[in-house]
Design a protein around this ligand. Sequence first.
Ligand code: ZN
Length: 285
Amino acid sequence: MLITGGVHGDEFEPMAAVRRLALHLKTEILTGTVVLVPVVNEAAFQRGNRTAEDDLDLARVCPGDPHGSPTERVAHELSKLIRKADFYIDLHTGGTACCILPLAGYTNHADQLLREKQRQMAHAFNLPLVWAADPTLNGRSLSVARDTNVPAIYVEHHGAATCDPDGVEAMVDGCLNVLAHVGMLTRSLPPSRVEHDIRETGPDTGYFQGSHLAPCGGFFETSVALGDHVQAGESIGRIVDPVGQRPVEVTAETTGMVICIRTFSSIKKGDHLCYLVETEDNRDD
Ligand SMILES: [Zn+2]
């Protein structure tokens, strides 16, 4: 089992959770091997930023290049670890700019058996949302897992550049649950906290940065919260200038549940502000 944190340098709960897991797993009897990487993107972490100085997003350049820029080289090494694994969990948050509804996501893989394995791992992680999205997205850690048929999930848990102890604990517990689920350690699984099991099939589903782009720069004030259900055309917030004038209303492009919202109010034109997930539930499939 490979577990990674810090693919993005401004997502702190995953880094703390992986460190804590390392301590905890010393006290457990394990079947198999757990490989833990608390901070994949150390250059980005040292910079206090999502990316390293080459400004490449590590989750967009996988499988990387051994002769490329620093981020491309890290992506190459990460991809080697993923290909060697039998299972993979990649831990994330919304970083500096965003807050994300706690979720365990997976690629909507064409192989039904593998897809179901991933869905069960996501359920075992035990966060409110289990979410499958577009399997054709490239450059991510999960794209490498997809291409080598490694069952993999990624996790998002709030963000806004905090290191929330509840988030750290949820990630540690979730990883231990998945380890128990795949038979690597003995642990009784807690009652399910999963509220939604959603499989989106559209193109670019799961691509937060492509959704609800700011029509102009300014100060963004949201009018919705994580978990809210909004109808297409309803307001999700507004952008104003520094003295609060010239408001530009931002409206929902589709109907759905808010699972990602921008929390860093200083925005530039084209920044992503919100992601809505289709709420048709397939829990009883
Ligand atoms: Zn991330």
